[in-house]
Design a protein around this ligand. Structure first.
Ligand code: GDP
Length: 435
């Protein structure tokens, strides 16, 4: 279906800003804009990809604002339709007045995502690219932005197409053996086809393995500070967030009033569950804190087990350590300033395979949490699965599910080849994988 109405919406975020962009798309975009614009050249007479300077006119024909108007004629536009973008002054009042005036002139207010939907329908973007637009707008860090930009550029789709064309070749071979079983020398051949199937399954498997990493890159790595009361979790969190504030002041979307604090390490957001926010020692609240700590530990990608360097390891420490289960753990021996003499450090109460870093900190001393920051930095690549190729990052849960389904079908086909099942059955699995 090709939409035949003209839609309008503010393309930039509403609120205080120097400039705002209002976008019109549809068959009447140019005539509607022309009715509200006064300048040396009318949009109706303008070539595509030109910028016109003039006034946007209010209902009574008087200038509402000075604007720059960009004309993109179909099909060379974002949506593939005629598009006009009006750059006006920002703020709330002017952009709203412009959108309302354009609605009165015949445009319809667009639904969220409708421009991108039209771009998709008109073949300007494939579905993976369209989904990347949404992910792009949600992107929380520079690194995730790069991953999403790359998917938006179509690299994900190209990689999928490459795998698909191998699959098409394999399926054709299999189908030929269904249709003309007599013509092909079966025995050796089947083995070779099975190998080809395994190679394809292998590349999809690699992809599926990277999904958690790309998800984390986009949504942030969830970390949790875990430890018994009073080891210094709050103090460490404050110190970590403090560094971050110092480095990236006014970081966007910092979550002061929620149970999460974010720091950015090399473009990756580390979302630290603020289980430390609850003060210990108040009975009920302490219980709550313990429960929240345990829950954060269960949900995290990376745990920071905080222990007290000035004290031994006790039952409460062992209990806290048990919450991290199989997560990678950075061990922070806090209160290193209070350790007596040269008392040797006890063994941390977690399995050593899980430990991705072990440091001593002094949360209450300026710079004293720096070693922890360093340990987190070195642990991140492992948490992100080391080589999350930015070019293959998936950008939606739908894509993740489809990759998993394709892999399952390919694995059935692989089993089919090795069990010498009939080619009819194998062809069904290969076709499923393609779909
Ligand atoms: P939490 O219950 O684990 O969140 O622990 P807090 O951060 O509330 O710290 C408990 C107490 O230990 C507070 O009085 C802190 O000032 C103190 N504290 C935290 N870290 C250190 C440290 O590295 N050295 C010293 N000497 N005191 C610390």
């Amino acid at each position: 279906m090709v939409a035949n109405d003209t839609i309008v919406a503010l393309a930039t975020a509403p609120g205080e800003s120097a400039v705002a962009v209002t976008r019109l798309s549809g068959p009447d975009a140019i005539s509607i804009a022309s009715a509200r614009f006064h300048g040396r050249i009318s949009p109706a007479d303008s070539a595509s990809h030109r910028i016109l300077f003039g006034s946007f006119l209010g209902d009574d024909g008087s200038p509402l604002d000075s604007v720059l108007l960009s004309v993109f004629r179909s099909p060379r536009s974002y949506t593939g339709e005629d598009v006009v973008e009006i750059s006006s002054h920002g703020g709330t009042a002017i952009p709203r007045a412009i959108v309302e005036a354009l609605v009165r002139a015949g445009a319809r207010a667009a639904r969220p995502g409708e421009f991108t939907e039209r771009a998709f329908r008109n073949g300007k973007l494939d579905l993976a690219q369209a989904e990347s637009v949404a992910a792009l707008i949600r992107a929380r860090s520079e690194r995730s932005l790069r991953a999403v930009m790359s998917a938006l550029g179509g690299s994900l789709s190209r990689r999928v197409a490459a795998v698909d064309s191998e699959l098409v070749g394999l399926l054709a071979e299999v189908e030929a053996r269904i249709d003309f079983p007599a013509d092909v020398g079966e025995a050796i051949d089947g083995v070779e086809l099975g190998r080809r199937c395994s190679r394809i399954a292998g590349s999809v498997r690699e992809w599926v393995a990277r999904i958690p990493g790309s998800r984390r890159m986009q949504e942030g790595v969830r970390a949790a500070l875990v430890g018994r009361a009073n080891v210094g979790k709050s103090s460490l969190l404050n110190a970590l967030v403090g560094y971050d504030r110092a480095i990236v002041d006014e970081s966007p979307g910092t979550t002061r009033d929620t149970v999460e604090e974010s720091i950015w390490i090399e473009g990756v957001e580390l979302r630290i569950a603020d289980t430390a926010g609850l003060r210990a020692g108040l009975g009920r609240v302490e219980g709550l804190g313990v429960e929240r700590s345990a829950r954060a530990a269960r949900d995290c990608d990376l745990a920071v087990l905080v222990l007290d360097r000035s004290d031994g390891v006790g039952d409460a420490d062992r209990e806290a350590a048990s919450w991290v289960e199989d997560r990678p753990v950075v061990v922070a021996w806090n209160k290193a300033d209070l350790r007596v003499g040269i008392a040797p450090r006890p063994r941390a109460p977690v399995s050593s395979e899980l430990v991705v870093g072990e440091v001593e900190t002094i949360a209450v001393r300026p710079g004293g949490a720096e070693p922890l920051l360093g340990a987190l930095r070195s642990a991140l690549p492992r948490v992100l699965c080391e080589h999350v190729g930015e070019e293959v990052a998936t950008t939606s849960v739908r894509q993740d599910r489809l990759f998993a389904e394709a892999l399952a079908a390919l694995e059935r086909a692989e089993t089919g080849f090795s069990a010498d099942l009939s080619y009819d059955l194998i062809a069904v699995d290969l076709a499923d994988a393609r779909r």
